[in-house]
Design a protein around this ligand. Structure first.
Ligand code: BGC
Length: 779
């Protein structure tokens, strides 16, 4: 896909290059005739004043230039220099030129020192879950139920990225996802908008800090606005049909939370959203984002998504695509160059108002000033490599890997592993693998910097303890998406590699070992962009491998390495223990070993439901009720998820007392408290995530899901300890959005749960008294 777009982009650039003569303008001096800095060059001036001053000096071509983002390529030699000199490129996308601060500085120098107004470039990159120190994929980190973890990991991601000259992260991806076939579910937070909103805000804080001008920070980008995760069939880039009501209550809240947290930019999506492309959607990009939420930053398109308006069938040519996207509210065009090629002419022809361009330029400049680029445009080329893989980053990567793990099954307390065990067999395609632990969008992470499961486990073993590692089979057979150096992926067919023959070797190792651990899952390249699956089982010969080992009748512990919820009822039935480790990142092996040996108690809980079969998809906890809630079953299997949202075990057990409410009636502007006593009834210390769910039984603007997460507390308790937890409930937990984005809090009957996951616990009832039309709150 990208390859095609790349080519299109390239053809376009060449076309523009030959079609439009260079503009010759007098060079604008750094200082005016009195030797003073101009207003826009003076950091003591307020940003808005600097923006207006600069805007007032710009030619139309220079203005349009600020709305152009092209890819910086190592081999781009001097092909774009003239455009830079003319101020006709506003931003670079750094994917291939990253870790080449010299190149980025060279290009920046042309913009700053050789262009008329010296406007610096803003350089963006896909720093998603780490740059060189790779943390667990976002879906995994979300399972820690610890938004502060995101703040910490993204702080390190920003630090490492900034060291090579990146100013801007194309993250966080805040798309709600209910369909594990969609490969990009790995990049987000799962299926809950409430928890997703906390995670979004935490990521923004992590990237931007309190001042984005801090050289160690990046501007954040909320993507992909909006609805992209609802792709039909889970196929990437596919059509989405979302009602305004569902959009408001499920898909928009994370974006709203990110805007409220101060995110500098937003990326418009690839998808058709209810028949209007997300990258030409005036309703979402202007009415909601700017009108309702007062977003002051800029919107960048996704990779070629302006050009794709033609393929979507809403624009006849590049000029129309540019006009539709810009007037809808897409300020900067990524990769394709329809803005640069056509907007000048369209303004002259009266088809696009210059005021629309001015407004887009203002937004871009605002972010550039706020990032401090005019004061510090360059990166220190010598320092960058000292910033990578620092001890604090590695320690955090290990902590994050452990905290992201979700224990799905643990028969007879098989885990944690005893230190008295004398021999281990570690079997499976991910047993001694670095690359697949990193997951999709792994920045500049390297397999050789990654602690594999074999290494992590080995480090825990006393001298004399045997660890036999057997791969057993390849992660997948047949067609595979293979990432290319230029960032594209191509399908390659891999004929059966004959690795099934390792299965007997695996069985022999398992037979000889006291404990069998199997590392199963899916290749990292099977999740992320354009990596949808139509089956959610273990690919290749992994089931055969598992069955052969399980046939020995010895307990098998499975560690899952994957980027999406899988449908694994077979493992649930046959394995003795299952630990969902996801793509756990550069310290994955250490983090997982910490969990397996009980040095860290598993505290992760799922943020996306695991189906039993692909036919159940989408299966998510916060669905609306039907008119016949007891009917609508499948004739050939249950309809409930195999592991529901919120589910996860630990090495001890917790008992919940009755839920008590401070009152069973509440005024709309009042508060009440829900209390529950929980007790650690097992024999080990452990962490429990107590989850608050609410259901509003009737809404005037629309229905409410059967349960909605509205709070949680993560508590660490020793064996025998008991503790009463209190949750305050107010209109923040009880309201919802109508189709106009109004926050409504309505009288009526509600149910409340304090439970260990979205499928357990008994509800208590209460009533909201007194009508109030609409409570405008900060949501
Ligand atoms: C992806 C975005 C990404 C962009 C830049 C696109 O293909 O959808 O998430 O930020 O490329 O690499």
């Amino acid at each position: 896909m990208k390859l095609v777009l790349n080519l299109l982009g390239f053809v376009f650039v060449v076309g523009v290059c030959t079609a439009e003569p260079p503009i010759s303008q007098p060079h604008w001096n750094d200082q005016n005739q009195n030797g003073k800095k101009e207003v826009y060059q003076d950091p003591r001036q307020p940003i808005e004043k600097r923006v207006e001053d600069l805007l007032g000096r710009m030619t139309l071509e220079e203005k349009i230039g600020q709305l152009v983002q092209i890819e910086a390529k190592p081999d781009m030699a001097n092909s774009q220099d003239e455009f830079l000199r003319q101020g006709r490129i506003g931003s670079l996308l750094g994917s291939q030129a990253i870790e080449k601060p010299g190149l980025l500085n060279r290009l920046q120098r042309i913009s700053v020192e050789e262009s008329r107004l010296g406007i610096p470039l803003i350089i963006g990159h896909d720093t998603i879950h780490g740059f060189r120190t790779i943390f667990p994929i976002p879906l995994a980190q979300a399972c820690a139920w610890e938004p502060a973890l995101f703040e910490r990991t993204q702080t390190i991601s920003a630090r490492e990225s900034a060291a090579v000259g990146i100013h801007w992260a194309f993250a966080p991806m805040v798309d709600l996802a209910r369909d594990p076939r969609w490969g990009r579910i790995a990049e987000g937070f799962g299926e809950d908008p409430w928890l997703g909103s906390l995670d979004t805000a935490a990521c923004v804080r992590g990237f931007q800090g309190t001042n984005t001008a801090d050289p160690d920070r990046l501007v954040a980008c909320l993507k992909h606005y909006v609805g992209y995760g609802a792709a039909e069939g889970g196929r990437d880039y596919n059509t989405t049909e979302i009602s305004e009501y569902t959009l408001r209550n499920f898909y928009l809240p994370q974006f709203k939370a990110g805007v409220a947290a101060g995110a500098g930019t937003v990326m418009s999506g690839f998808n058709l959203l209810s028949a209007a492309p997300a990258s030409a959607n005036h309703h979402t990009l202007t009415e909601i984002l700017r009108g309702e939420w007062k977003f002051q930053g800029f919107v960048v398109s996704d990779w070629g998504s302006v050009q794709e308006l033609i393929a979507h069938g809403v624009a006849a040519d590049g000029a129309e695509a540019a006009r539709l996207a810009l007037t809808a509210g897409v300020d900067m065009e990524m990769l394709s160059t329809n803005y640069r090629a056509t907007l000048g002419r369209q303004v002259k022809d009266g088809k696009v108002k210059v005021t629309v361009i001015d407004e887009a330029v203002r937004r871009v400049l605002r972010v550039k000033f706020a990032k401090g680029l005019f004061e510090k445009p360059y990166v220190d080329e010598n320092m960058c490599h000292h910033a990578f893989l620092k001890p604090d980053a590695l320690a955090l990567a290990r902590e994050a890997a452990a905290n992201s793990c979700v224990l799905l099954k643990n028969n007879n307390h098989l885990l944690p592993l005893s230190r008295r065990i004398k021999s281990f067999a570690l079997i499976g395609p991910f047993a001694d693998d670095g690359r697949n632990l990193l997951g999709c969008w792994s920045g500049r992470g390297r397999a050789e910097d990654t602690v594999s499961l074999a290494t992590g486990l080995g480090a825990k073993l006393a001298p004399g303890v045997a660890l036999t590692v057997v791969r057993g089979c390849e992660p997948a057979e047949g067609w595979q998406l293979i990432p290319q150096l230029d960032g594209t992926k191509i399908f390659e067919h891999h004929a059966s590699s004959g690795h099934e023959s390792d299965i007997p070797k695996a069985v022999a190792a398992a037979r000889a070992a006291d404990i069998i651990i199997m590392a199963l899952g899916e290749p990292a390249s099977w999740s992320g962009e354009d990596s949808a699956r139509s089956d959610l089982g273990l690919p290749g010969h992994q089931n055969e491998l598992f069955d052969a080992v399980a046939a020995l009748g010895k307990p098998v512990i499975v560690v899952l390495i994957n980027g999406r919820p899988l449908a694994l009822p077979h493992l649930q039935e046959k394995a003795a223990a299952i630990l969902e480790a996801w793509n756990p990142g550069a310290q994955g092996g250490n983090g997982v070993a910490d969990i397996l040996f009980g040095d860290v108690a598993p505290a992760g809980r799922l943020t996306a439901s695991f189906p039993r079969s692909v036919g159940q998809v989408p299966v998510y906890y916060n669905h609306y009720n039907t008119g016949r809630p007891n009917l609508g079953q499948y004739v050939d299997g249950p309809r409930e998820a195999l592991y529901p949202f919120g589910f996860g075990l630990t090495y001890t057990t917790f008992e919940y007392g009755h839920v008590a409410l401070s009152a069973n009636q509440l005024n709309v502007d009042g508060t009440m408290t829900a209390r529950v006593r929980i007790k650690n009834t097992g024999s080990r210390p452990g962490a429990e995530v107590v989850q608050l769910y609410i259901r509003d039984l009737a809404g005037s603007a629309g229905p409410h899901p059967v349960r909605e997460l509205k709070g949680f507390q993560k508590v660490q308790m020793n064996p025998g300890d008991s503790q009463e937890l209190a949750f305050t409930i107010s209109e923040r937990e009880l309201g919802y959005y109508d189709v106009n984005g109004q926050w409504l809090v309505e009288p009526g009957r509600f149910q409340l749960w304090l439970a260990k996951d979205s499928a357990s616990g008994d509800p208590v009832a209460f009533e909201m008294m007194e009508a109030r039309n609409s409570v405008q709150a900060q949501h």
